[in-house]
Design a protein around this ligand. Structure first.
Ligand code: T3D
Length: 257
């Protein structure tokens, strides 16, 4: 079904693995399309309650496959057709996305990690805003997410200087949630993804939707959005289960409904 990625679902977690290890999982048009299709599968599949995106081999992703970039490439159309739909799909997905950054994340590979809701890093992970080294600007949502994650000054430094940062520094600047030893990394990712998949999925989706809204709305708007979101969350089975479990002094069993 897929040629450039692998897709599987296990314990309510969808695993998307970029699978062009010989090219450091650099993106091709087909890979962009397949990633979008995989995220659509996640959206439609009620069994899936969290999603992990990672890379096979030593890299997370080296960004666009530069073999496919030519002098006459229309860069705007390139982005509009291939990358922007992928980033929009991720932002609109009301389930948590975890980027399991196993190795280098460069260019649009870094953008993919930034557009995820959580970034977990292996000690082998690194991040590089590679665009500047080929005279381009960060794209695929990178200029949107980066300053929001690390602040304007750090975003400027990373994007303009294009220096590679290692996992520990990424943790220090708030880019990643955790750094794991290489041999333990996938177990840690699995545990984290399965933990999220057992949580109240609808509430997580609402949190994601309204955190995005908060970026261009004022306090009054947000108070109203929160009221709406809370009414929606308050009507879920998971809310009832949370209250029942609280009074019964037991661990809640959320169904994601
Ligand atoms: O408008 C548009 O153009 C579309 C939008 C584009 C978005 C973008 O992503 S632009 C940015 C594209 N990405 C890059 O510029 C990154 C280029 N790669 C690197 O800077 C480095 O390779 C890495 C930092 C990612 C990794 O460095 P390192 O030292 O671990 O590996 P390496 O030796 O540089 O690379 C290994 C091989 O992968 C090498 O091939 P070889 O010599 O073994 O045959 C290298 O050429 C190849 N490779 C790495 N990145 C890419 C690539 N081949 C094609 N495309 C790549 N992006």
């Amino acid at each position: 079904m897929f040629e450039t990625i692998e897709y599987r679902v296990e314990n309510h977690v969808a695993w998307i693995t970029l699978n062009r290890p010989d090219n450091l999982n650099a993106f091709t048009e087909q890979m962009n399309k397949e990633i979008i299709k995989a995220f659509r599968n996640v959206r439609k599949d009620e069994q899936v309650r969290s999603v992990v995106i990672t890379g096979s081999g030593r890299a997370f992703s080296a960004g666009e496959d530069l073999a496919g970039v030519h002098e006459d490439t229309d860069h705007a159309e390139f982005l509009r057709n291939r990358y922007n739909p992928m980033i929009r799909e991720m932002a609109a997905l009301e389930k948590p996305i975890i980027a399991a950054v196993n190795g280098v994340a460069a260019g649009a590979g870094m953008s993919l990690a930034l557009a995820s809701d959580f970034r977990l890093a292996s000690e082998k992970a690194s991040f590089v805003e590679a665009f500047i080294h080929i005279g381009l600007v960060p794209d695929s949502g990178n200029l949107f997410y980066l300053p929001r994650l690390v602040g304007h000054a750090k975003a400027m430094e990373l994007a303009v200087l294009g220096e590679k940062i290692k996992a520990d520094e990424a943790k220090n600047i708030g880019l990643v949630t955790s750094v794991s030893p290489e041999e333990q990394f996938m177990d840690d990712v699995k545990q984290f993804a399965e933990r999220l998949a057992c949580m109240p999925t609808k509430a997580i989706g609402l949190i994601k939707r309204y955190l995005y809204k908060s970026w261009d709305h004022d306090l009054n708007d947000m108070l109203e959005y929160e009221a709406y979101a809370q009414r929606t969350a308050g009507q879920t089975k998971d809310h009832k289960e949370g209250i029942n479990a609280f009074f019964a002094k037991r661990t809640p069993e959320y169904s994601g409904k």
